[in-house]
Design a protein around this ligand. Structure first.
Ligand SMILES: Cc1cc2nc3c(=O)[nH]c(=O)nc-3n(C[C@H](O)[C@H](O)[C@H](O)COP(=O)(O)O)c2cc1C
Length: 142
């Protein structure tokens, strides 16, 4: 089987949102992902996570199974899981973006395009828009 892309969203436990806990999580995830040739982006906004994982489907599946059981978040919802011709996020083993802390000009661009509640960008249940948001983040930050 070729590469696949998986997107899910979840609600973070408040204690995982502090910088130390998040850095620890991302550091470990990056090291695991690198070993399996899986790449990913984790976005945090308004106390929620959105993650994309790309790689060989059996590895992506295994990682998702671990993530699903992880007590640091809850209400995990799979948004999409599909085969792809080409991965888009292969530059990153694991990249973290905190949308509540990004530069103002980037925020304004995203706010004009995506769903916003109380000035916070929301992760809606739509695979096309979610991939578009991730690609925008990638290009805006490059
Ligand atoms: C929001 C979130 C995203 C995560 N992303 C990844 C990931 O991309 N890769 C990964 O290996 N673990 C990720 N984890 C951690 C896994 O749930 C699990 O703790 C970890 O894979 C266990 O690694 P270990 O077997 O090396 O201890 C994530 C956890 C959370 C809460």
């Amino acid at each position: 089987m070729g590469p696949c892309r998986l997107n899910y969203r979840s609600v973070a436990k408040p204690e995982v949102l502090n910088t130390d806990a998040l850095s620890k999580l991302v550091y470990r995830a990056a090291s695991n992902n690198r070993q399996l040739g899986v790449c990913g982006v984790l976005i945090v906004s308004d106390g929620r996570f959105l993650q994309v994982l790309e790689g060989q489907s059996k590895f992506v599946n295994n990682i998702y199974a671990k993530i699903f059981k992880d007590k640091r978040h809850h209400d995990i919802e799979l948004i999409s899981f599909e085969s792809v011709v080409k991965t888009e996020f292969h530059d990153w083993d694991m990249k973290l973006f905190k949308l509540d802390d990004i530069e103002e000009h980037v925020r304004e661009l995203l706010i004009n395009k995506y769903s916003v509640v109380d000035n916070k960008i929301q992760f809606i249940d739509d695979a096309v828009l979610i991939t578009s948001l991730l690609l925008d983040m990638k290009h805006l930050k490059n």
